[in-house]
Design a protein around this ligand. Structure first.
Ligand SMILES: *[C@@H]1O[C@H](CO)[C@@H](O)[C@H](O)[C@H]1NC(C)=O
Length: 202
């Protein structure tokens, strides 16, 4: 590698390290190849999912008690993402704000039913292509979701491990992470989400 190329790589690494602290996971080059599972039982996938852990994402910065609720919507799936902004005040979490956003998920290619395209209010990160890959789910305990977009020579990654049981790690978490890792995803970027003491929940 010549000197200019080396400097460029160092520069990009420095920027991406900086940016990752500001709530985004950047990779160099192409997106990791995370393959979606080959089937999807839509009806079984619907309902409420709780974020057990996620990659830092600007659009979710500071949110906990986060849920994704999927519903029947003709050929599509309705999406409601919700969460709270809380601060720790003398050891008690105080809700500053409740946040909720509605969207729609479609399955652009029925031969790849676990590759969804999720959009919110016309805003589509995936440029009309799948942006929500269900890598694995057993429907009743966990779902592993991955999303990645490429820009020039970097990629921006989002990953979620969702559970049906709020705040409880899936028993096979190690396998879920090592499978993501095998696909080239840096699972050290995961942050566990606080799902305790959430408003409106027992
Ligand atoms: C993990 O990967 C292995 C090998 O590809 C696969 O057989 C297994 O089903 C995966 N496990 C889960 C829970 O996704």
């Amino acid at each position: 590698m010549d000197c200019k190329a080396l400097l460029l790589v160092i520069f990009i690494l420095a920027i991406s390290t900086g940016i990752s602290h500001c709530g985004i996971v950047l990779g160099l080059g192409k997106c990791p190849t995370v393959t979606a599972q080959s089937t999807l039982d839509k009806a079984q996938y619907l309902g409420v999912w709780y974020e057990y852990q996620r990659f830092p994402a600007i659009f979710e910065a500071g949110l906990d008690c986060t849920t994704a609720t999927y519903g029947e919507d003709g050929d599509d799936i309705s999406v409601t993402n919700a969460g709270t902004v809380r601060i720790n005040l003398f050891g008690t979490k105080v809700v500053l704000n409740k946040n909720s956003v509605d969207g729609t998920a479609t399955i652009p290619d029925s031969s790849k039913p676990a590759e969804l395209q999720v959009s919110f209010g016309g805003f589509d990160m995936g440029n009309n292509s799948p942006n929500y890959f269900i890598q694995a789910t057993d429907y009743t305990n966990y779902a592993v979701v991955f999303s990645c977009s490429e820009f020039l020579f970097v990629n921006i990654q989002f990953a979620w491990i969702l559970t049906r049981d709020p705040g409880v790690a899936p028993t096979n978490l190690a396998t879920l992470e090592s499978n993501l890792s095998d696909a080239g995803v840096d699972v050290s970027k995961f942050m566990v989400i606080d799902q305790s003491g959430c408003p409106g929940r027992d």
